[in-house]
Write a protein that binds this ligand. Structure first.
Ligand code: HSE
Length: 409
């Protein structure tokens, strides 16, 4: 029998217990042994829930029990998760987690402790919910130099943007719906300000570079400024607006990483990724393109990935699955040097302003939404972001909003 402990009985923790109860027989077949949830650690009690007989409140019960070989951490947040996970690994217990904040901040260190003890620290559920992406990067795509990862990595904001785009729904209503559906973080600021997607792209960037990419170094812009008017321009241009988290390789191990709302044309593989779904587009130098698509948030999809990690840990009880992610920090390229087109909404009259705009930005393309009076939009040619910033200063009192355009290469 393989005994495990689950730390945290919230949305994902209860999902983990449910997945094991629902698919236990099949999971046991795959492990070749019987998986047993011995403890569930939580601050609260759950009277009336069958899990109550396993509930414990003291972490040391798990740490001190040599029967526990695998620990699931689904508490979220850095502390006490970090301290608990580190102690478990140092005690020779493998850990499976969905905690992206923990992985983004301490992934390299926790992986190296796991390697020292010949056990595993696994975190498939920390990016893309139920979509396999960590394991593919670690095993299936190891023949490639990954040149680009661009993803819709946050289910809450994708759900919100989809409803705003297709149904003209307002921001506050759709945020409440996402929270009611259990997609949003406890503090939804992490979703709407892009921080959640930023931690996830930091994890993916660390994996493709093999070095530590700090999420604090990644330029991050959320969806709080996206308005109904922006959506109207997007429609007029035949585009949609998505919150993209992207990491692109320039020469060698140099990455440009960014999280920002972007306009996408229908040819872009991420254009049709709607609702709570996530997708990760990967371009490898020998693979070419690949897309990973599926349920990116929510109780059971996330729990599915956590339990799959438990199965993997059970199959490799005394063998470390090597993951290349060193603690050495990777310095990201300056955002000012990234090249793209920009969509700008500006106050004024298109006919009158066109000559000046052409002089400043080059061959711009005008976009008009007849019902929006006293303003218009334009798209710049491809330019460096630093140049855009310099030139747009001339119009700082007129510019209403800038949204980046993500062209498919
Ligand atoms: N709040 C996150 C999301 C949960 O909406 O994607 C999954 O990480």
């Amino acid at each position: 029998m393989i005994n495990i402990a689950v730390m945290g009985y919230g949305t994902v923790g209860s999902g983990v217990v449910e997945v094991i109860n629902t698919n236990g027989a099949r999971i046991n077949q795959r492990i070749g042994d019987e998986l047993n949830v011995k403890y569930v650690l939580d601050l609260k009690d759950f009277p009336g829930d069958p899990v109550q007989e396993k509930i414990i409140h003291d972490f040391d019960t798990i740490l001190g029990d040599d029967d526990i070989q695998i620990v699931v951490e689904v508490m979220g947040g850095i502390e006490p998760a970090y301290t608990f996970v580190k102690k478990c690994l140092q005690a020779g217990k493998s850990v499976a987690t969905s905690n992206k904040a923990l992985v983004a901040a301490h992934g390299a260190e926790l992986l190296s402790i796991a390697a020292e003890h010949n056990i595993n620290f696994l975190f498939e559920a920390s990016v893309g919910g139920g979509i396999p992406i960590i394991r593919p990067l670690n095993s299936s795509l190891t023949a490639d130099e990954i040149e680009e990862i661009t993803g819709i990595l946050n289910g809450t904001t994708n759900y919100m943007l989809t409803k705003m785009f297709y149904e003209g729904a307002d921001y506050d209503t759709v945020l409440k719906e996402a929270q009611a559906n259990g997609y949003a973080e406890r503090n939804p600021e992490a979703d709407v300000e892009g921080y959640d997607a930023c931690r996830k792209i930091a994890i993916l960037s660390s994996l493709i570079s093999g070095q530590q990419v700090d999420f604090e170094d990644i330029y991050c812009e959320g969806i709080t400024e996206i308005t109904v008017e922006d959506m109207k321009y997007a429609k007029a241009m035949g585009t949609t607006i998505k919150l993209l988290a992207s990491s692109k390789r320039y020469a060698g191990n140099r990455l440009h990483a960014i999280v920002a709302p972007c306009m996408l044309y229908p040819e872009h593989p991420l254009y049709n990724v709607n609702d709570v779904f996530n997708a990760i587009f990967v371009h490898g130098n020998v693979l070419g393109d690949a897309m990973f698509y599926g349920s990116g948030a929510g109780k059971l999809p996330t729990a599915s990935a956590v339990v799959a990690d438990v199965v993997d840990a059970a199959k490799h009880l005394n063998r470390n699955i090597m993951t290349m992610w060193k603690e050495e920090k990777l310095h990201l390229e300056d955002k000012a040097d990234a090249k793209r087109r920009f969509f700008i909404r500006i106050k004024g009259d298109a006919g009158e302003m066109l000559p000046a705009l052409k002089e400043s930005f080059g061959e711009v393309e005008i976009v008009e939404v007849p019902e929006l009076k006293g303003e218009f939009g334009f798209i710049t040619p491809v330019m460096m972001e630093g140049d855009y910033e310099t030139r747009s200063k001339l119009y700082k009192d007129q510019i209403l909003h800038m949204i980046r355009v993500e062209d498919q290469k």
